[in-house]
Design a binder for this molecule. Structure first.
Ligand SMILES: Cc1ncc(COP(=O)(O)O)c(C=O)c1O
Length: 501
């Protein structure tokens, strides 16, 4: 092929091969020592900016790509936080599958625009197959509508918008929210629901006051009676239930709402039932998880997050809508400048994006590498380790074990002399401050990474295992690390805080 145009952005195949191989070697090296390197280093934003040279102006003239890529590799490999480290148990963030990394490289190399079928024939079909495989994995109808999005929030938004268009009818797409004034729509979700629900209510015009927050039981699961009663009252008052949201694995404690009962109730009442399975949805493959999770397969829409429990590298979420027409009804427009035909899925019809990258590839690759059985094994091992973490905490006298659900354990550090006085308001405040500071120090320490939850007003530490590098030994070492840190922080804080005995 003739390419006579000299442009500063192209790279010769030989050069590409050379610098590409060097990069792959560096990545392989990193993966080989993930168990040994510090999880992160204790640098401030100012120090990181200095190392980056954040004040450097944009170069007027371009530079050799080899040096730039090598500099970026050095910076990122030395000064990152590694969620692939075996001691990373923060938030719901998984270690990344190596094959997925190569998948992202291949996707960027072919660069299909998976918005339209004609622009991405093989990629679009791979995405459709991935959606069908994920649906099958979850025991969800494989003829559902579905697509890859950037993550759990976006996947939940897809379900939310499909519900909105279905319940409000097409007038909401033309007349907007004004059409709702006479009969406002309501959203039902437990108080433990992730913040995506507020963003959705806010961004998509209903407003956060439209959310009916339903209480939970002792295990943080939605209270079914309260849900039924609230919906009944709203209908009596002339309001319209738009969506009931159940969570398969709450972000704080891994609670599974009574999804089966919720699905049956919603079906009887003709109310849209959505399941947020961003964290725990894939655990439905395990027969060891609370059977309530099976209700996910009866939902009108489901959000799952391959970049969590399928261990795909960021970013990739997946939305499934039982009736494919409902997803089209929510998003489809046919402008005169698009002539893509109807014979295949054009993904711009299915969601918020127009041009779309090929996120599905990494998921498609790792689903085949691991297989269903491999995932059952890995997810069950993470769950077992979550329980082991909880048990290890129970054995440690200076830690109070609080909850265990799916692969999340919550607990807090309580100094020996304060154990009998936790009901005293001043002591309760001190314990919150103490545990908050312990979390900060642990994060800086680079040995393990925990996050937190607020349980009954208490600041508690939280370990969530969606990490295929974590082993029994890592989990058993955790309480000792927390206690050591807790003793140091407590001694320091006591000097500043007068606690009367
Ligand atoms: C239950 C739940 N829903 C939604 C989300 C949001 O997912 P993402 O961060 O991929 O947007 C999370 C994230 O942790 C989650 O745990």
């Amino acid at each position: 092929m003739i390419n006579s145009r000299k442009v500063p952005i192209d790279i010769t195949p030989d050069k590409f091969r050379k610098i590409g191989h060097e990069l792959v070697d560096r990545v392989a090296e990193l993966l080989g020592k993930m168990n040994e390197i510090p999880l992160t280093n204790n640098l401030t934003p100012g120090q990181i900016r200095e190392l980056l040279g954040a004040d450097r102006p944009l170069p007027q003239k371009g530079k050799d790509p080899e040096g730039i890529l090598s500099e970026a590799t050095n910076l990122l490999m030395k000064y990152s936080l590694y969620n692939g480290h075996p001691g990373f148990w923060g938030y719901v963030t998984s270690s990344a599958a190596p094959l997925g990394m190569l998948g992202d490289l291949l996707a960027a190399a072919v660069n299909p625009n998976v918005g339209g079928w004609q622009l991405s024939p093989m990629a679009s079909e791979i995405e459709s197959q991935t959606v069908r495989w994920i649906a099958k994995f979850l025991d969800y109808p494989t003829d559902c509508g579905g697509l890859m999005v950037s993550g759990g929030n976006m996947a939940n938004f897809i379900g939310f918008l499909a519900a909105r268009a279905t319940v409000a009818g097409q007038e909401i797409r033309t007349g907007g929210m004004q059409t709702l004034a006479a009969r406002p729509m309501r959203i039902y979700a437990s108080v433990e629901t992730h913040t995506w629900i507020q963003k959705a209510a806010d961004l998509f015009g209903l407003g956060t006051n439209s959310i009916r927050w339903i209480g939970t039981d002792k295990k943080q699961r939605l209270n079914m009676r309260e849900l039924e009663k609230t919906i009944h009252e709203d209908i009596q008052n002339g309001e319209r239930p738009m969506i009931v949201v159940g969570t398969a694995g709450t972000v704080s404690t891994g609670a599974i709402d009574p999804l089966d009962d919720m699905a049956d109730f919603c079906r009887k009442r003709g109310i849209w039932f959505h399941v947020d399975g961003a964290y725990g949805g894939f655990a439905a493959v395990s027969s060891k998880v609370d059977r309530a999770i099976k209700g996910l397969s009866k939902a009108d829409s489901v959000a799952v997050d391959p970049h969590k429990w399928l261990y795909a590298p960021l970013e990739v979420g997946c939305a499934l809508v039982r009736d494919v027409e409902k997803i089209r009804d929510a998003f489809s427009y046919h402008p005169p400048y698009y002539h893509f035909g109807e014979e295949a899925i054009n993904y711009f019809d299915f969601g918020l994006q127009n041009s779309r990258g090929f996120r599905a590839l990494k998921v498609w690759l790792i689903l085949q590498q691991v297989g269903r059985e491999g995932y059952v094994e890995m997810i069950e091992e993470d769950i077992r380790l979550g329980e082991e973490m909880f048990k290890a905490v129970e054995k440690e006298p200076l830690l109070e074990a609080l909850t265990y659900g799916l692969s999340i354990a919550t607990f807090r550090y309580i100094p020996e002399d304060l154990k009998s006085r936790t009901d005293d308001g001043k002591i309760a405040d001190y314990l919150n401050t103490l545990n908050e500071e312990i979390l900060v120090r642990l994060k800086r320490g680079g040995e393990i990474f925990l996050s937190n939850a607020i349980l009954g007003g208490q600041f508690v530490l939280r370990g969530c295992i969606v990490n295929f590098r974590t082993s029994q030994a890592h989990v058993e070492a955790m309480p000792g690390i927390v206690v050591k840190c807790g003793k140091t922080v407590d001694a320091e804080l006591r000097k500043e805080t007068a606690l009367s005995s």
